[in-house]
Design a protein around this ligand. Structure first.
Ligand SMILES: Nc1ncnc2c1ncn2[C@@H]1O[C@H](COP(=O)(O)OP(=O)(O)OP(=O)(O)O)[C@@H](O)[C@H]1O
Length: 741
């Protein structure tokens, strides 16, 4: 398959010669096979397939890759694609796993089903353990069940043994309800050969039987001696490098599979830097889940009219592409009721694991990859695989089936790609910004979801928009944070864990950190803005007039005197040096401007930043944090529902933009502090040299000049960013100045 041009850039699909190469990257642990594409037995799926299926699997993939014979994925025109011939495995089994008539129409309305969900399933004996192994309606266990379409003969004993994980499904509904709304799991991969060759150390420790992970970061003191800073995090579950893909499935997705028969939408996504194991972790999950779904459908729920559908698409650079239809471009549309439709997305009805496996393989082979600085090739797209359970309305095929529940698997783009916003290549910058935006929006949606917020900022990105229906109603989310163990990845690993921590930490569902002694809270301590700025109620002379009319967010600007919730700003770790830098004078800006190194707009911003840096005449400021804003939106919405619709669009867009800016500011601040520490280190070196006999004064002066300029530039940039953010907050009445004493 040839690459597709996207946004002026040639994208190589993950197939043939363009597949990701980790040639020197083979993992040393057992089962750490090379992936992807070669369809060897080291494929992550192979661990969940019996030997007979592994052979069949290789054959199937070979067929797909050749694109001959058993190819089922012909280019199809919506709405009703013509289907080619069958895959080899399907032919062999006489299996009608995917049929033309079973393909969905070209327009998949992801959302409309929400309001049309089927009534509760008949519950008698629903989770009766006996029925796990027999049909709820009297049909006995059938070895020829198509869900076991490998031709393998299975005895009842074997079946019972293989079905053991499903015993957990026999829990009653209450047990389902106890499945956490959000679960954050961390998975550490083993060191790879390349890292070992570079003598990189494993800096991650996970205590056995604990759910905490520690990152040991080597740092330098100002006097250049080394020390190790420990960063400890606690999550719902922490999996070390020995944990198999099977165990990952059991820990993450398996508990929520039964819930999707109960009208639940579940989402599982992997987050982490390039090469941290997201794809390795995610790829087997849909297959394992569909295996369990088919078992439930064919036994516990047999003859109840359930059907399983698969779709697979990716979001690349803010655009949607169907991975099961030759990367055909898809369009997202919203109807008058804000229901999201993905126009043209192919959905395949499946009834065997083989068929699902082929579809997944096909989709994976089609995913976009691109070259990055860090790795030869890495994913720069989000891949979304959805398993939808539908049910016919009247037990016949006459009407299209309605969705009952859905399980979405998201293999996110490499998280560090969001930092590509300063790359030289424009396309890379745009992609980086898009990735950044979507990761931020995803985090905010999950947080909002877990806090039962009325406003879920799903409009923040394409990713969250298409997942909108998964964020509404009864939903479950599992986040798997993948981390590399090597010292070279320390910064990315910390970023990944901080992201995961922020997803979890503000959730109402419980912050595991709260049980920890203070010493363990060092890394993820958040500093409430209220501790920097006094709460509204303690401010003198709050400007009540400002808070009277409605603002752009539809907020009734009533005087508020309650304490605003904290804006969470990650603390700079306490051990880091505090650096005091002398104030700049206004001439600096003029000088920069006259040198032409600053644009007019930047000049204004810099000048404004300088002005802001001066002691305020007013003295005190009243700050409403972004979280406070969301809270206000929520509270005000309740009695004023009638005009909520009108304000919704703007609110969401503005909120997303503000949230993005907040995040960017914190990142820039952190970076600036790190840079300042480096600069101080340089200064120390310079001073040491200056004390030595024979020191060159010229050299000292020029170096000192360079250092001071660098220092100043860093501060000015941060001030400019801060000023811009303050202006935006101000514009939306998030920040309100109050007169001083
Ligand atoms: N837990 C693990 N055990 C053994 N090997 C692993 C593990 N996790 C990842 N690997 C291997 O590491 C390499 C990179 O993993 P993978 O492609 O899944 O990373 P990724 O996070 O998806 O990267 P990208 O963002 O570039 O897609 C692969 O060769 C994979 O087989």
């Amino acid at each position: 398959m040839s690459g597709a041009a996207v946004g002026g850039r040639q994208i190589a699909p993950r197939s043939g010669n363009h597949q990701r190469q980790y040639s020197s990257d083979h993992f040393l642990t057992a089962g750490g096979g090379k992936w992807p594409g070669s369809a060897g037995l080291n494929h992550p799926y192979s661990s969940i397939l019996p030997p007979s299926q592994q052979v069949e699997y290789s054959r199937a993939v070979r067929d797909v890759n050749r694109g001959t014979g058993g190819e089922i994925f012909l280019s199809m025109e919506p709405p009703m694609p013509a289907l080619g011939s069958w895959s080899s495995s399907q032919r062999r089994n006489g299996n009608d796993s995917i049929s033309a008539g079973q393909l969905s129409p070209g327009i998949l309305d992801l959302h409309s089903f929400d309001t049309e969900l089927l009534p509760e399933l008949p519950t008698p004996g629903l989770y009766d353990g006996v029925q796990l192994f027999g049909c709820a309606q009297g049909r006995g266990f059938d070895d020829s069940d198509p869900s076991f379409s490998t031709g393998k003969q299975m005895s009842m004993a074997q079946f019972v043994a293989e079905s053991n994980p499903l015993r957990s499904f026999s829990a009653d509904k209450e047990k389902l309800a106890s499945v956490a709304k959000i679960k954050v799991v961390v998975r550490k991969r083993p060191l790879n050969k390349k890292e070992i060759a570079k003598k990189e150390e494993d800096i991650i420790t996970i205590e056995p039987n604990s759910n905490s992970v520690t990152v040991h970061e080597t740092k330098l003191k100002v006097d250049l001696t080394e020390y190790v800073e420990k960063h400890e995090f606690v999550f719902d579950s922490v999996l070390n490098e020995d944990v198999s893909n099977d165990e990952v499935y059991r820990e993450t997705v398996q508990p929520i599979v039964p819930a999707i028969f109960q009208r639940t939408k579940a989402t599982c996504f992997a987050y982490g830097q390039t090469g941290s194991g997201k794809t390795y972790t995610m790829q087997p999950l849909p297959l394992e889940a569909s295996q369990d779904i088919l078992r439930l459908m064919n036994h516990t729920y047999c003859n109840q009219g359930f059907q399983l559908f698969v779709s697979f698409f990716e979001i690349y650079g803010g655009k949607l592409f169907d991975l099961l239809n030759d990367r055909r471009k898809l369009f997202m549309r919203e109807d008058g009721k804000q229901k999201v439709c993905i126009v043209g997305l192919q959905e395949y009805r499946v009834s065997s694991v083989d068929a699902i496996q082929e579809l997944i393989e096909k989709g994976n082979a089609t995913r976009s990859t691109g070259t990055t600085g860090a790795n030869e090739e890495s994913s720069r797209s989000h891949a979304i695989l959805q398993l939808a359970i539908k049910k016919s309305v009247d037990g016949t095929e006459s009407k299209p089936p309605r969705i009952v529940g859905k399980l979405s698997f998201i293999d996110l783009a490499g998280s560090e790609r969001g930092a590509d916003t300063t790359d030289n290549d424009k396309q890379t910058r745009i992609e980086g910004a898009e990735i950044n935006k979507s990761l931020l929006a995803l985090k905010e949606c999950i947080r909002a979801l877990d806090n039962d917020q009325v406003h879920i900022p799903f409009r923040g990105s394409k990713l969250t928009e298409v997942l909108r229906d998964s964020f509404i109603g009864d939903s479950r989310t599992v986040m798997i944070s993948c981390i590399s163990p090597s010292s070279g990845s320390c910064e990315h690993t910390l970023n990944t864990l901080r992201y995961a921590d922020r997803v979890k930490s503000l959730s109402k569902g419980g912050n595991p950190r709260k049980d920890l002694p203070p010493a363990m809270l060092r890394e993820s301590t958040t500093l409430p803005l209220t501790s920097i700025f006094p709460p509204v109620s303690t401010l003198e002379g709050s400007n009540d007039e400002i808070a009277i009319e409605k603002n752009k967010f539809g907020l009734s600007k009533q005087p508020r005197r309650e304490t605003s919730p904290p804006l969470n700003v990650d603390c700079v770790p306490s051990r880091r040096e505090e650096v005091h830098v002398a104030s700049l004078n206004g001439d600096y800006f003029k000088e920069q401007r006259s040198k032409g190194s600053t644009t007019a707009e930047e000049f204004d911003l810099l000048a404004m930043a300088y002005e802001q840096g001066k002691p305020s005449r007013k003295g005190k400021v009243e700050i409403y944090s972004v979280s406070a804003l969301e809270d206000r939106v929520k509270r005000v919405d309740a009695p004023q529902e009638k005009w909520k619709d009108v304000a919704d669009d703007d609110e969401d867009d503005d909120l997303s933009a503000l949230l993005q800016e907040e995040e960017d500011l914190v990142i820039a601040h952190r970076k600036q502090v790190e840079e300042t520490i480096d600069i101080v280190r340089e200064e120390m070196n310079l001073l040491v040299k200056a004390d030595q006999p024979g020191n060159q004064l010229d050299d000292y002066i020029s170096k000192l000049n360079a250092i001071l300029s660098q220092k100043a530039a860093g501060i000015v940039n941060l001030q400019a960013r801060l000023a811009r953010f303050q202006r935006h907050l101000d514009k939306h009445n998030v920040l309100l100045s109050s007169p001083g004493p």
